[in-house]
Design a protein around this ligand. Structure first.
Ligand code: BV8
Ligand code: ZN
Length: 237
C-alpha cells in the first residue's frame, strides 16, 4: 500500500494549503513565485521570512486525525509506503516512520552556497517584525546564506526519494492519494503510475472524483474520511 499526501492532509491542523498558503501576511504573494531559487537570490530576506513564518505555523500546529489514521494504518497492512509532498513534520509527529519527503523539509535548512547543514538547529522563529523580511542566518563554514531545505520550482527532486516513491507506486496493490491537487510534477505522477500498474487508487479530498475502473473518490476532509475508512475496514481507527 502507498499513501501519497499533499497540503490538504495538514489543512485541518491549521496549515494553509499551497493554494491558500498566503493567508494573513502573505495574501499578495504567489507561492510559486516565492518558492524558486531566483526569488531567493533576488530577495533572500523576503523568502527566508516567508519560510520562517510557515515553520512557525508548523511548530504551532498539531497532527490531525488524518495524520493519525495514516500512522495507524501502517499497523493494519503488510507494507505501507508513505510519500509526502509536504515540507512539515506532522506525519512524523503523528507516529509515521520512514516518511519519504519528495519536496524536502522546513526543518532541514542548508547553506545556499556550500549546501552544508547548520550544526545547531534553528532557533524558534519569531513573528517576523513587519511580517515580511528576515535576514537568513549565515553558514559557519563559508559565510553563505542559509536556505530552506525544500525543493523549489525548477529544482530537481531528491533522486533517491523519487526512485523509491515511484517504485512503490508501481508495485502497490492500493494507493491512497490524500489532500493533493495533483498539479506539481513529477510528484503528481504517483497516482497514475499506480493505476497503470493495475493498483486500486482512492482519492481523498473535498473535490475528489473518480472516473475510471479501479479508481474511487472519498469526497470530504481527510480528517473525517480516513478515520471513517479505518473504522469500516478494521473496526476501529
Ligand atoms: C522540476 C516545496 C525540473 C516548496 C513544492 C515551468 C518552469 C519551471 C518548472 C516547470 C514549469 N512547468 C512545469 C514545471 C515543472 C514544475 C511544475 O510541476 N510546475 C507546476 C506548477 C506546473 N515542477 C518543478 O519545478 C519540480 N522540479 O520539475 O525540476 C528539473 C528536471 C531535471 C533537472 C533539474 C530540474 C519541483 C516541484 C516542487 C516544488 N515545491 N513544495 C514549498 O513548500 O515551499 S510544490 C508544492 O505545491 C507542494 O509541495 C505540492 O507539491 C504542490 C501542490 O500542492 P498540494 O500539496 O497539492 O497542495 P494544494 O494546495 O495544491 O492542494 C491542496 C489539496 O488539498 C486541494 O486539492 C484541496 O482541495 C485539498 N484539501 C483542502 N483541505 C483538505 C483537502 N484534502 C483533504 N482534506 C482536507 N481537509
Ligand atoms: Zn556554506
Amino acid at each position: 500500500m502507498v499513501v501519497f499526501t499533499g497540503a490538504g492532509v495538514s489543512a485541518e491542523s491549521g496549515i494553509p494549503t499551497f493554494r491558500d498558503s498566503l493567508t494573513g501576511l502573505w495574501e499578495r504573494f504567489d507561492a510559486a513565485s516565492l518558492a524558486t531559487p531566483d526569488a531567493f537570490r533576488l530577495d533572500p530576506a523576503l523568502v527566508w521570512g516567508w519560510y520562517e513564518w510557515r515553520r512557525m505555523k508548523v511548530l504551532q500546529a498539531l497532527p490531525n486525525p488524518a495524520h493519525r489514521a495514516i500512522a495507524a494504518l501502517a499497523g493494519h497492512v503488510p507494507r505501507l509506503t508513505l510519500v509526502t509532498q509536504n515540507v512539515d513534520d506532522l506525519h512524523e509527529r503523528a507516529g509515521s516512520t520512514e516518511v519519504i519527503h519528495l519536496h524536502g523539509s522546513l526543518h532541514q535548512p542548508r547553506c545556499f552556497s556550500c549546501a552544508r547543514a547548520p550544526d545547531a538547529p534553528l532557533e524558534t522563529p519569531v513573528e517576523p517584525e513587519g511580517g515580511r523580511r528576515l535576514e537568513p542566518p549565515r553558514c559557519v563554514q563559508c559565510g553563505g546564506q542559509l536556505r530552506p531545505g525544500v525543493v523549489w520550482f525548477g529544482e530537481s527532486l531528491p533522486s533517491n526519494a523519487l526512485e523509491v516513491a515511484f517504485a512503490a507506486a508501481k508495485e502497490c496493490d492500493l494507493l491512497l492519494s490524500v489532500g493533493t491537487s495533483g498539479m506539481v510534477f513529477p510528484a503528481a505522477q504517483m497516482p497514475g503510475l499506480a493505476w497503470e500498474a493495475g493498483a486500486v487508487v482512492v482519492h481523498v479530498n473535498p473535490q475528489a472524483q473518480a472516473d475510471r475502473e479501479r479508481e474511487y473518490a472519498l469526497a470530504g476532509p481527510a480528517g473525517e474520511q480516513l478515520p471513517a475508512l479505518l473504522e469500516l475496514a478494521f473496526g476501529r481507527a
